[in-house]
Design a protein around this ligand. Sequence first.
Ligand code: AMP
Ligand code: ZN
Ligand code: FE
Ligand code: FE
Length: 278
Amino acid sequence: MTDKRIDLHMHSHHSDGVHAPSVLVDLAKWKGISAISLSDHDSLEGYPELASAARAAGIEVMTGVELSCEHEGRDLHVLAYGVDYDSESLQGLLREFRAAREERGIRIVEKLAEQGVRLDIAKVLAKAGGGALGRPHIAEALLEAGYVGDHSQAFVKYIGDACPAYVEKFKLSPAQAVDCIQAAGGLAFVAHPGYYLDDLDSFTDLLELGFDGIEVYHPHHNATVTTRLLTIARDAGLLLSGGSDFHGFAGRDNLGEPAVPYALFERIQEHLEETRRP
Ligand code: AMP
Ligand code: ZN
Ligand code: FE
Ligand code: FE
């Protein structure tokens, strides 16, 4: 047995996280984490920097990305692990995703202006720095402009799902995401399934779509949910993953939590090697 731990779910400034990939490696090192994956929303752009910093720090890495999907009318996130960074089909899809996110951000800013809330679009776009623009960037701009006192107020008053300035995001079907990930040599995992367990039929249907695994360990999952997911994964013969979903937001110093055993990383690596064998 080993008490080595991993964290396979975190975000950098290439999507809506705060830190650079190399800073995430420093934090992981400081927390004693042995293997990591950067799972930015709709972007693999942080991987080269992460991989070189991790090599220097003696931490193992694999590619990762979190895709936005819709399943039976609900948002669903799909995690990809071990995809080929150079896959043209996947990189093309991710570019399309980011362009759609930028257009959506502009539409949100326009809708805010209709309500008399004026944000400088150039400043909002700059917050994403060419990466995947998300509502947290707009929340940050609202905060800076003095319209709200914190991020959560921005979601309650202006950009939450039920608000007048809300704009839908471009989303894939889970089946499209699974196909694209597997075509790029990776494995597809359902992210934080604890959010969907209230509709077990819908969740069970989802698993039929060819997923390789599910994210069992996540800060949103309590001990009961984690145990349920372990049973579901075992019965369905699925791989397990887990991580902190760390974004670097103030007051959320949770990289490396909950604790995720290193054995999961080894199983995923073994599986990737088996699927790559001709
Ligand atoms: P987007 O992908 O642009 O729709 O933004 C979704 C992200 O916004 C999530 O990953 C969260 O980080 C953040 N978010 C969503 N709802 C809230 C909320 N009520 N309060 C604070 N942040 C939120
Ligand atoms: Zn995020
Ligand atoms: Fe997510
Ligand atoms: Fe995430």
